[in-house]
Design a protein around this ligand. Structure first.
Ligand code: LMR
Length: 352
């Protein structure tokens, strides 16, 4: 026993000495915020901004606009390097990359954030938003604030909400007019308990697949359909491998622009204001252009592809809403009664 304690003490003292003499700097070093390149001659600070969509989409364009504005407003002291199309990181690992500081900014869809913070599925509830005004109100009001609050303790700052647009259904099986048309179909979805739930309520099966693998899965027939904004259906050419589309606006695809908090806190104080200003302007740009892009690209899909488009009637919308509505009660334990109540308020205000 004595010799056991003796050996233990020896190891502890040895380790302490090693720390003091040799390892000390390594143990106390705060995580590197600026790498060598960043503190080099030009003293340019680089913000790596990674996302998964194409450059000609609302998010892609807004990210480029943000980069331009930051360059301008910081007189070139800060450079935002935008990595689109998942070239750097895709959804399963972009959040880890943000947390460990391999990138400083990402803009995942709400569904993707729900893996880290489950109440975010509130944004995926079926027909939660019945107009663009409702979306705007959610972003700017209590709902947006409550959601960003949930990320603080994870070391993430919510910089802004960027909208893309309402989600539409596409499939190869047949026209999707009534809830019964979904029976037995296999849908690619974003990873979200809410989305899973409303497809289940329509007797469809769901498969969470990364965005940039979706085209291949549709083409090979591993899944029958998917749901997305027009800009994503257009930019990733899903319309080429899908025969039917229903303009249902049953969900909303939006993004939270997230920043690594350690990085932000270590930025020279005087750079905060111009970056925030750039984000504010890029956000106005994002939310204004998103609507126009989706409209324009829908017109292009109509004119150049053979996909059969069904526009949901108000009567059909009521049917879908009724079929999907039990998702609200079922998901209340995850979302919380307060947030569900706020979405219900918005629905009442904007038309339900
Ligand atoms: C999707 O995976 O369908 C979207 O989240 C992609 C995106 O970021 O718009």
């Amino acid at each position: 026993m004595k010799s056991f304690i003796g050996t233990g003490l020896f190891v502890v003292i040895g380790l302490a000495a090693a720390l003091m003499i040799g390892f000390y700097p390594a143990f106390t070093r705060t995580p590197a915020v600026f790498d060598d390149e960043q503190s080099g001659m030009s003293r340019e600070i680089v913000i790596k901004f990674s996302h998964v969509v194409a450059e000609n989409t609302p998010k892609g364009l807004a990210a480029s606009e943000f980069a331009r504005l930051v360059q301008e407003k910081t007189n070139g002291r800060v450079k935002v390097e935008v990595y689109p199309n998942g070239v750097l990181y895709t959804e399963p690992n972009e959040q880890e990359a943000l947390l460990r500081g391999s990138v400083q900014m990402i803009a995942p869809s709400f569904s993707n954030i729900s893996g880290m913070s489950p109440p975010w599925i509130v944004m995926d509830l079926p027909y939660a938003f019945l107009s663009n005004e409702a979306v705007k109100e959610a972003f700017a009001g209590d709902i947006g604030a409550a959601l960003f609050d949930k990320l603080k303790s994870r070391g993430i700052i919510g910089m802004a909400f960027w909208g893309n647009g309402f989600k539409q259904m596409t499939s190869n099986v047949g026209p999707m007019v009534h809830p019964a048309d979904f029976k037995g179909q296999r849908f690619r979805i974003l990873p979200s308990r809410a989305i899973e739930e409303y497809f289940r309520l329509m007797d469809a099966r769901t498969f969470p697949i990364p965005f940039n693998d979706t085209y291949r899965n549709l083409e090979q027939g591993t899944v029958d359909g998917e749901e997305n904004s027009i800009s994503n259906i257009y930019s990733k050419k899903f319309y080429q491998v899908q025969k039917y589309m229903t303009l249902s606006n049953h969900g909303y695809l939006g993004y939270a622009v997230l920043m690594n908090k350690t990085f932000w806190d270590k930025l020279p104080e005087e750079l905060h204001a111009p970056i925030l200003e750039a984000m504010k302007e890029a956000t106005v740009f994002a939310n204004e252009t998103a609507i126009a892009i989706n409209e324009k690209q829908l017109a292009e899909i109509r004119s150049m592809s053979g996909i059969r488009i069904h526009e949901q009637t108000p009567e059909e919308r009521r049917e879908w809403m009724e079929a999907m509505d039990p998702a609200y009660n079922r998901l209340e334990p995850i979302v919380g009664a307060e947030l569900i109540g706020k979405i219900r308020e918005l629905q009442r205000k904007y038309g339900k």
